[in-house]
Design a binder for this molecule. Structure first.
Ligand code: NAX
Ligand code: ADP
Length: 481
C-alpha cells in the first residue's frame, strides 16, 4: 500500500514520533541511509561525481547524511550549502558529525561540476514563491548537464497543491521520503517529479489517503457464486440517453454488462433504444420518467447522455429520497445539497462538472484536486470521483484514494460513460461501496493501460474500452495484492 501525506501531516508525524522516543536526528539518519541505498540502485556510484545542494532545513539535513554515506563509500561527492548553513537542530548535529569525520563542504555552487546533482534545497517545508536566491539556484541547476535528483519534493514545487514556482527544479528522479505528497499527483507540479521512488524510514504508515491497488480477492475480480443465477449479481437501473445522445447510454450499458451485471434496465428515450439495443441486447428498456420502483434495483446510475434540465433534476430529487445507492454523472450533476439524501451517493464529475457543482474555477480545482474533492465529500456526505489523470476518489469520512491507472487514450468523449457502467455493475454486487468505487476506477484505467502496451493511445475508442475489461480482470487475478 502506498500512502499520501500533506506537509502538515508530516510535521505532525515527526512530532508524534519524537514524543514516542524516535527523535528527528534518528529519522534523518534513516532517510539519508535510504536515499543512499536508492542512489546506489539507480547509479553506479563509483563512476559518478555527485554534488549535493543542501538547504537550511531538514531536507538539507537528509542531504548531509546522504553526503556522508557517499563519502564513506568512497564515492566522489561534494556537499554545498549555497543558501547558508543548516538551521534545524538535527541537520546541525549531522553536519557536526560529518565534519568530525574530516569531511568538508562548499558554499559557492556555481563553479562546481558533477554528473549527478542532488536537490536537497527545499522539501515538505516549502512555501511559495521562492526567494530570489532559491530561484537563481534552481535556474542554474536546471541548466546543468547532469542527472537531477530531488529529495522528497522538487525545489520550487508546492507540497500540497499543483502550484510551482516558474523556476522549479525539473527533476529526472525524486526520492520521496516516508510517503507521497499531494503535489506528486497535481499538475503542473506532478510533471517536475520525474521518476519517483519511495524511501521508507521505518515510521508507521498512518495516512488516510492511499494510492489505488485492486485486491485479487475483491468481488470485482473474483466472480464467485455457487448455484448462481442472474439475480445473484444484481439488477441495475441506468437512467441515461436521449434522442440526440443515445451513444452515452450505450457506452455505459456496455461497461455495465461487461463487468458482471446480472441484469440491467435502461430507462431512456424511446428514440434512443434502437441504438442502445443494437450494442447491448442483454439490457431491458423502460420509458418511464419516474423512479417509483427504485427499490427493486440493486443500484442506480443516472445522467449519462442527459441534459442538466428540470426533468433530470426532478429524477435526481426522487433518487435521493430512496435507499438504493446512486451514481450521478454528467447531466445529473448540478449545484445541490446531498445532506438530506436517504441513499449513498457517488458523484463522478470531470473537473468542469465539479466547477459547475461547486461554483469554483476549474483551474483552482485542478491545482488542489485532492483537497477540493475531499472537502466536498466530507461536507456533503457523498463519495466524489473527480476524474482526469490521477482520478481522485474522496470518501465522506475524509479518507480517499488517488488512482494511477489510465492514460491519454481515455481523453475522449464517452470514456466516462463506460466508467459509470463499470461502477454500476461493481456497486451492484460489492458489499463495500468504497471497494467497488476504487476497483471500478482502477479497472477502467487498466483497460486503457493494457491497450496502450501494444497500440497507440490515440487509436483507443471509448466504444472499444469494454472489450478490454476481461483482460483487465484477468490481470488483476494474476497480480492482485
Ligand atoms: N517524517 C519525514 O517524512 C521526515 C522528513 N525529513 C525531511 O525533512 C524535510 C522537511 O524539512 P523542513 O520542515 O525543515 O522543511 P524544508 O527542509 O523543506 O525547508 C524549510 C526551510 O526552508 C525555508 N524556505 C521555505 N520556503 C522557502 C522559499 N520559498 N524560499 C526560500 N526558503 C524557503 C524555510 O524558511 C525553512 O528554513 C522533508 O522534505 C524531508 O526531506 C527527514 O529529515 C526525516 C523525517
Ligand atoms: N490523461 C488521462 N489519464 C487517465 N485517465 C484519463 C485521462 N483523460 C481522461 N481520463 C479518464 O477518462 C474518463 C473521461 O470521462 P469524462 O470526461 O466524463 O468523459 P465523457 O463524459 O465524455 O464520457 C474519466 O474516467 C477520466 O478519468
Amino acid at each position: 500500500m502506498l500512502y499520501i501525506y500533506k506537509g502538515e501531516e508530516i510535521k505532525k508525524i515527526d512530532r508524534q514520533a519524537e514524543s514516542l522516543g524516535m527523535d528527528s536526528f534518528t529519522l534523518m539518519e534513516a532517510a539519508g541511509s535510504g536515499l543512499f541505498r536508492q542512489l546506489t540502485d539507480d547509479f553506479e556510484t563509483s563512476k559518478q561525481c555527485f554534488l549535493i545542494l543542501a538547504g537550511k532545513g531538514n531536507n538539507g539535513g537528509d542531504g548531509i547524511v546522504l553526503a556522508r554515506y557517499l563519502k564513506t563509500a568512497g564515492a566522489s561527492c561534494t556537499l554545498c550549502f549555497p543558501a547558508g548553513l543548516p538551521k534545524t537542530e538535527p541537520a546541525r548535529r549531522h553536519l557536526d558529525y560529518y565534519e568530525a569525520l574530516g569531511y568538508s563542504y562548499e558554499t559557492e555552487p556555481f563553479n562546481l561540476t558533477a554528473t549527478v546533482m542532488i536537490d536537497a534545497l527545499l522539501g515538505a517545508g516549502t512555501s511559495l514563491p521562492l526567494s530570489t536566491e532559491m530561484k537563481n539556484l534552481c535556474v542554474w541547476l536546471n541548466s546543468q548537464k547532469a542527472e537531477r535528483v530531488s529529495i522528497d519534493v522538487p525545489t520550487g514545487a508546492s507540497t500540497d497543491t499543483g502550484n510551482c514556482d516558474s523556476s522549479v527544479i525539473h527533476a529526472h528522479k525524486t526520492y520521496i521520503v516516508h510517503g507521497y505528497k499531494p503535489s506528486r499527483f497535481l499538475y503542473p507540479a506532478a510533471s517536475c517529479y520525474g521518476e519517483p521512488s519511495l524511501i521508507e524510514i521505518g515510521l508507521p504508515q498512518t495516512a488516510r489517503w492511499t494510492i489505488s491497488t485492486v485486491s485479487a480477492t475483491s468481488p470485482s475480480v473474483q466472480f464467485k457464486g455457487s448455484n448462481a443465477h442472474k439475480g445473484t449479481f444484481g439488477h441495475g437501473l441506468l437512467i441515461a440517453g436521449t434522442k440526440s445522445m443515445p451513444g452515452s447510454a450505450a457506452l455505459a450499458a456496455l461497461g455495465c454488462v461487461s463487468s458482471g451485471a446480472g441484469k440491467l434496465t435502461v430507462q431512456t428515450a424511446e428514440e434512443a433504444v434502437s441504438v442502445i439495443a443494437s450494442h447491448v441486447p442483454e439490457a431491458m428498456y423502460d420509458f418511464h420518467t419516474g423512479v417509483e420502483d427504485a427499490h427493486s434495483f440493486s443500484a442506480i446510475a443516472a445522467g449519462c447522455g442527459r441534459p442538466a434540465d428540470d426533468a433530470m433534476e426532478d429524477i435526481v430529487q426522487q433518487l435521493l429520497q430512496q435507499e438504493k445507492p446512486v451514481i450521478l454523472d454528467a447531466g445529473a450533476l448540478a449545484p445541490r445539497s446531498y445532506k438530506a439524501a436517504k441513499c449513498s451517493v457517488i458523484v463522478t464529475p470531470h473537473p468542469g462538472e465539479f466547477a459547475r457543482m461547486t461554483g469554483k474555477q476549474t483551474k483552482d480545482i485542478q491545482l488542489n484536486r485532492i483537497q477540493e474533492a475531499s472537502q466536498y465529500a466530507v461536507e456533503q456526505g457523498v463519495t466524489v470521483v473527480l476524474k482526469g489523470e490521477y482520478t481522485v476518489i474522496a470518501f465522506s469520512d475524509g479518507s480517499g484514494v488517488v488512482n494511477t491507472t489510465g492514460n491519454e487514450g481515455l481523453s475522449k468523449g464517452g470514456s466516462g460513460d463506460t466508467l459509470t457502467g463499470i461502477l454500476l455493475a461493481l456497486l451492484m454486487r460489492h458489499s463495500s461501496l468504497e471497494e467497488a468505487v476504487k476497483d471500478a476506477v482502477y479497472l477502467h484505467g487498466l483497460c486503457a493501460d493494457i491497450w496502450k502496451r501494444n497500440r497507440p493511445a490515440q487509436a483507443l475508442r471509448p466504444f472499444n474500452l469494454h472489450d478490454w475489461i476481461p483482460a483487465a480482470i484477468s490481470e488483476q487475478k494474476e497480480r492482485g495484492d
